[in-house]
Design a protein around this ligand. Structure first.
Ligand SMILES: [Zn+2]
Length: 88
């Protein structure tokens, strides 16, 4: 197993760090919050184990989609790690 750096958006990070979805209800309409929750859950299912990385490596602005939910809600990305199986 090797650690690989990924970059995720503000919507994904509370879910990764604390399994906390309450910010979605606060920031979005109920329909949009549901949609974002599903996108984040699907992202986490795909990524597997995710560890919050080094805040010094956060990206102030990125034009790439979030590595978890795949969306681009804003420019900031938080650095995280995933385990990558190098034997596949
Ligand atoms: Zn995201």
């Amino acid at each position: 197993m090797e650690l690989r750096a990924i970059y995720v958006c503000w919507d994904c990070i509370p879910v990764i760090a604390n399994a906390d979805y309450t910010h979605l209800d606060r920031d979005y309409s109920p329909e949009e919050a549901d949609r974002r929750m599903q996108a984040i859950d699907q992202g986490l299912e795909r990524l597997g184990w995710v560890m919050v990385g080094d805040t010094l490596k956060d990206l102030e602005h990125s034009t790439a989609p979030c590595d978890c939910c795949g969306e681009q809600p804003d420019g900031y990305r938080i650095h995280c790690y995933i385990e990558e199986n190098t034997h596949e």
